[in-house]
Every structure is written in C-alpha cells, then in structure tokens.
Design a protein around this ligand. Structure first.
Ligand SMILES: [Zn+2]
Length: 249
C-alpha cells in the first residue's frame, strides 16, 4: 500500500481484526453484485469505499424516478440510464482505485456460473425469486460464498451461505423453490427506504468479513429485521436433507 492508501484505509487498519493484512486482502479481492437497486446501492457503496479491488455490477434495468427514494447510488440526473453504468460513475467518484465492471444484462444460468467462478464473494441484491434460485445454484456449483438479502415493506432478511464448506445449507434449503411462496414486489406493495439501507449495509459487512477470512457472523444463519417495531432476530439454519438444489450437486 502507498501512503495515500494507508491514509484512506487507516480506520480499517487500526482495527486489530483487520489490520494491514485484512485491508490488503480487500484490495486484491473481487466481488460480484447482482442487482443495483435498494440493497445493491448501499452494498456497492461500502465495498467500493472499503477498497475491494474489483466489483462486477450486474443489472439489466434503467434508473426510474420511483427508484430514487431508496436506491441511493443513483442520482436524479441518472434517470433513464442503465443502473450498472450509473452505479459505476458513483463508485468511481468515491474511490477511483476500485475497478468496476458494469454489466447491463440479465445474466442467464451459464453466465451466472461464469461470473461466480471469477468472484471471491457473491452478493445477491436482486428482487425476484427466479434470480435468487439461479444465483444460489451458481454459487453452489462454484463453491463460492453467497450473501443473500431481501427486503419488502418493513421486513428484511440477510443470510450467508458459505459453499466453501460442504455442510453449508443453501437458499433453497431455506425457501424451497417448489413451495411457491407468493412474490411481493416493491412496485405494488411498497418499501420503507432505510430498510434497504440496513439490509444492504449488513450484506456489505458480511461480504467484507468473508473476503478478509474473518470467520464470524451470519454463516449458516438467518437474520431478520422488522423496521417498524425495530425487532431484529437471528436463527441458525440447517441443511435440508430433501433439498433438490443440494441433491442436484
Ligand atoms: Zn439446499
């Protein structure tokens, strides 16, 4: 690290759990962020500010006026632009040292596997079940740690599925694909703006620890947040012996 980097990251380096070694790991790390909306915005901002070496920003959507209430990486002037490009511009302003790779595509199963293979950690910040199951399968296949987040109305959740461990439960163990859980969408049900910030920041925190090999946090656990009563709970997940995604490996 040069003098400017030592200064920029000094408040991380001061933490005994991180130090020069942990910060150096971040500088050499690659993260894949799926979705640059309410969750991906704060997650990407914190990963870039923290100096994660390379961020792949995957989103096929464009910025809409109705996004600006919570998707804090995007600006009013960016309405109509691809979210991946808008996010890249904001991240470059915060930390030009971070290499951002914008991908304005809805990655299919094969692309997700390829992208997961190239990443050290994957953040699922998407807003639909199809993508979550596909990202889960890609991370399982490549044995890459997955930080999964979701938020709707006043309720949010975060889990870490660390597929580097053979006994790790997966997203499908928690929410089986064939259970047909009703999908709620922000466009029709609404969402409390700071909840997306809370969940996205939690995802960034878990991703940074995974990259620094700090083995503490939400691995194999589910954290739920209700932002109305501000009730936060954590429970341990277990692998479902009947999980189709686990059995397909
Ligand atoms: Zn499973």
């Amino acid at each position: 690290m040069n003098d400017q980097q030592l200064l920029r990251y000094s408040r991380h380096i001061l933490l005994p759990e991180i130090g020069i070694e942990g910060q150096q790991r971040l500088l050499g790390a690659r993260a894949l962020i799926i979705g640059l909306g309410g969750l991906g915005s704060p997650a990407a901002l914190y990963l870039a500010a923290s100096g994660v070496g390379q961020l792949t920003l995957c989103d096929d959507d464009t910025v809409d006026f109705s996004n600006l209430q919570r998707q804090i990486i995007h600006r009013t002037a960016s309405v109509g632009q691809p979210k991946a490009a808008s996010a890249r511009a904001a991240l470059h302003d915060i930390n030009p040292e971070v290499e951002c790779v914008p991908l304005s595509v809805r990655a299919d199963e094969a692309q997700l596997r390829e992208l997961a293979m190239q990443a050290d950690v994957v953040l699922d910040c998407s807003d639909n079940f199809d993508t979550r199951y596909a990202v889960n399968r890609a991370c399982m296949a490549q044995r890459k740690p997955l930080v999964s987040g979701a938020a709707i109305q006043f309720d949010g959740q975060v889990s870490v599925f660390d597929f580097r461990r053979a006994d790790a439960p997966c997203y499908n163990c928690l929410f089986p694909e064939d259970s047909h859980a009703a999908e709620l969408r922000c466009a029709t049900t609404g969402i409390f703006a700071p909840l997306t910030g809370i969940i996205g920041a939690l995802q960034a925190a878990e991703a940074l620890k995974l990259l620094m090999e700090i083995d503490r946090g939400l691995g194999g656990k589910l954290l739920t947040v209700n932002a109305l009563d501000m009730n936060i709970m954590r429970c341990t997940l277990s692998k479902d012996p009947a999980c189709r995604a686990c059995m397909a490996l």
